[in-house]
Design a binder for this molecule. Structure first.
Ligand code: CP3
Length: 361
């Protein structure tokens, strides 16, 4: 399988020996004694402990302070017994090292103070190595590994895909229609290529550095390309850069998860850009999406995160529906098909994890 998806031999030798953690086994399509489960945005505002910490520290402070980031990373793992930890950070901090001013504004999401508007702005962007600019997150990964090593719970590192990051760099915030991004992409195709090329350089280096720091899997988030673009534009303006990113990180020797949101009308093309595991969003029934990809390709997903706002009886039916569609095949990692929302009841998360464990043991 590893060869089929372009994963080269692990420098650490991990790919040569079978992992024991259910999550890592499922990433390689190996049978597990139960379905592993972790959740997108498993650390966050729905947790009272997280809200208390954020009263005292800004988002960027938490991300840049290894001890705080490690503490938040471990919170949901300790409380719910999840099968993987995802390092607490965000996809946007690597933009700071490139020369963009980032802030997280309360109730308003991320803001870039000096968004890109000209081709010269693109040429001024730097591409410094992650070991100079992302030390807080790399140290947080090492701390979490030390804490979790004896429990065989892997840490997942992550980064944003080039289109998604370019949309923040150009719009300066989360966009509804991506009009500035698309105007730039259509009018300045050469500068667009240079911009995505620089983003690929920075993100590939960052992902490889996270694996070196101890991350045992990597996830690439392409949250907005599928929302912004039709298939032909995706193939022309995004796919070559995503392929390049996945090709560069294939040498990390750890499984890579390709989570591309909103791509159901061109799922095979998006998944074809690379990655060992395909993260499925919640819009397509899991069995249909998996069949389109081929059942030999591991998948992760794909409960609608709003299901956790429903009463338990309804949530239980929806969890069972995902599990039934997965059909007990090897290579399924249970997850939500987009991030948990801030008003998710803690008890729904607890019951979800327990239920997946009971139903699949
Ligand atoms: O637990 C985890 O999943 C790890 C942490 C994580 C965060 N952001 C923390 C966060 C991860 C993996 C992300 C990824 C991310 N960030 C994506 C890709 C995934 C997706 O949701 O599509 C995107 C597009 C972003 C950009 C971003 N960051 C937005 C749009 C927002 C504001 C919206 C919101 O939910 O508030 C953020 C802020 C953010 N990132 C928060 C958290 C916990 C909320 C910060 C706070 O107020 O405490």
């Amino acid at each position: 399988m590893a060869e089929q998806f372009g994963v080269t031999a692990a420098p650490s030798g991990e790919a040569d020996t079978e992992p024991t953690s259910p999550f890592l086994r499922a990433c390689r399509g190996l049978p597990t004694d139960r379905t592993p489960v972790w959740l997108l945005r498993q650390a966050g505002r729905y947790q009272p402990e997280y809200r208390a910490l954020r009263e005292k520290h800004s988002m960027l402070e938490v991300i840049q302070t290894p001890e705080l980031a490690a503490q938040v990373t471990l919170l949901p793992v300790d409380v719910f017994g999840l099968d993987a930890a995802i390092v607490f950070s965000d996809i946007l901090p690597p933009l700071v090292g490139m020369g963009l001013d980032l802030d997280f504004v309360k109730g308003d999401g991320p803001r870039i103070g000096n968004p890109i508007s000209t081709t010269r702005d693109v040429d001024l962007l730097g591409t410094p190595p992650a070991e100079e600019t992302m030390t807080g997150t790399l140290e947080a990964i090492s701390l979490v590994c030390r804490e979790l090593g004896h429990r065989d719970i892997p840490v997942i590192g992550f980064a944003g895909a080039p289109f998604t990051l370019a949309s923040y760099a150009i719009e300066g915030c989360t966009s509804k229609d991506f009009s500035r991004t698309k105007a730039f992409m259509f009018s300045e195709p050469a500068a667009w290529k240079r911009l995505l090329g620089k983003l690929v350089t920075v993100q590939a280096d960052y992902l490889l550095a996270q694996a070196k720091a101890g991350a045992r899997a990597l996830q690439v988030f392409d949250s907005w390309a599928g929302r912004a673009l039709g298939r032909e534009d995706y193939l022309r303006y995004v796919a070559p850069h995503n392929r390049e990113l996945f090709a560069r990180v294939a040498g990390a020797g750890v499984p890579v998860i390709n989570f591309s949101l909103g791509v159901s009308s061109y799922l095979t093309e998006a998944a074809g850009c690379g990655g060992d595991v395909v993260g499925l969003d919640w819009t397509t029934p899991l069995d249909e999406a998996w069949e389109r990809l081929g059942f030999e390709r591991p998948v992760q997903g794909n409960l609608d995160p709003a299901s956790l706002l429903a009463p338990w009886r309804e949530l239980e039916l929806r969890i069972d529906d995902v599990l039934e569609r997965a059909g007990g095949r090897p290579g399924h990692i249970f997850n939500v098909g987009h991030g948990l929302v801030p008003h998710t009841p803690v008890d729904s998360v607890r019951r979800l994890v327990e239920h997946v464990r009971e139903r699949t043991s």
